[in-house]
Design a protein around this ligand. Structure first.
Ligand code: PLP
Length: 281
């Protein structure tokens, strides 16, 4: 069972939503992606909290939380290792079309994550940090500008983009977040920039506590990251991956990435069933 829509298991070859659904025609929907470690969902409750606040931002009704968690667990249990996506669609939002909002839960395989990533700085004028949109940290299906920057970076030979404001303040990646080491302290962009409140970032901050590493959250210029001792990309599917190059600049790399990745794996082991088969990053 890989797909459940509105609580009902669907054949993955025929599972569908209405073409009138605003999620399709206007990018009006919200979503979460949760890592399944051998069928056990990591930090599911935090992902559901974020789903609820994204839904509230778009005035999409949050379906019964216990039902969503049950369906996500059913898919995870059936599929094992991978990622479980939940999408709340906006529905038709027009009385003349019968397209009700849908709750789609689906399994997806893990993407291949390189051991080290190379990123291209891209100015992101569409980012909530750069305007007064009032939609900071919403995980919605309107990711087109982010994905255009990923594509652009890939065409130029990089793995992905590093989004910065027009003033050069470091924000996040199109689908991940950043942290780096400056004079032995871990730094990461602060949430008041309007970046997504990454759950991996949250876990990594906890890991820094376990490793007695100081953490500073703030507004930092790109130059500071270019001069960092180590830089990491963080996300549900990437976990902790060292960044080896930003634009033309090589990042030296050091021991903290490995320590954080090990601490992260320990948290996963503690909170999910059994040891992992293999590390992702
Ligand atoms: C824009 C953006 N930033 C950061 C992240 C990382 O968030 P998380 O660690 O919760 O996966 C994501 C995840 O998809 C994202 O889309």
């Amino acid at each position: 069972m890989r797909v459940i829509i509105d609580g009902a298991p669907e054949d993955e070859r025929t599972a569908s939503i209405s073409v009138f659904d605003w999620a399709l025609i206007r990018g009006f929907g919200v979503f979460e992606v949760v890592r399944s470690y051998r069928g056990s969902l990591f930090r599911l409750e935090r992902h559901l909290d974020r789903l609820a606040s994204s839904a509230a931002a778009l005035d999409i009704a949050m379906p019964n939380r216990i039902g969503v968690a049950r369906d996500m667990n059913r898919v995870a249990t059936a599929c094992g290792e991978g990622q479980v996506r939940v999408i709340l669609t906006g529905g038709g939002r027009d009385p003349s079309v019968a397209a009700v909002p849908r709750t789609v839960v689906m399994w997806e395989p893990l993407p291949v994550v390189p051991d080290r990533v190379r990123v291209l700085p891209v100015v992101a004028p569409w980012h909530p940090a750069t305007d007064s949109s009032g939609y900071p940290g919403v995980k919605w299906t309107s990711y087109a500008p982010n994905m255009v920057s990923t594509d652009r970076a890939r065409r130029l030979g990089y793995d992905d983009a590093l989004l910065v404001t027009p003033e050069g303040v470091v924000l996040e990646g199109p689908t991940f977040t950043f942290a780096w080491v400056h004079r032995g302290r871990v730094e990461t962009p602060s949430l008041d920039l309007g970046i997504l409140p990454s759950i991996t970032r949250e876990v990594v901050i906890e890991c820094c506590g376990r490793l007695a590493l100081d953490v500073d959250e703030g507004r930092h210029p790109l130059d500071r990251v270019l001069a960092a001792e180590e830089v990491f990309a963080l996300s549900t599917v990437k976990e902790v991956v060292p960044v080896e190059q930003i634009g033309e600049t090589r990042i030296p790399g050091g021991l903290i990435a490995g320590r954080l990745a090990a601490a992260f794996a320990a948290v996963v082991r503690e909170e999910t069933q059994g040891p992992r088969l293999e590390p992702v990053a």
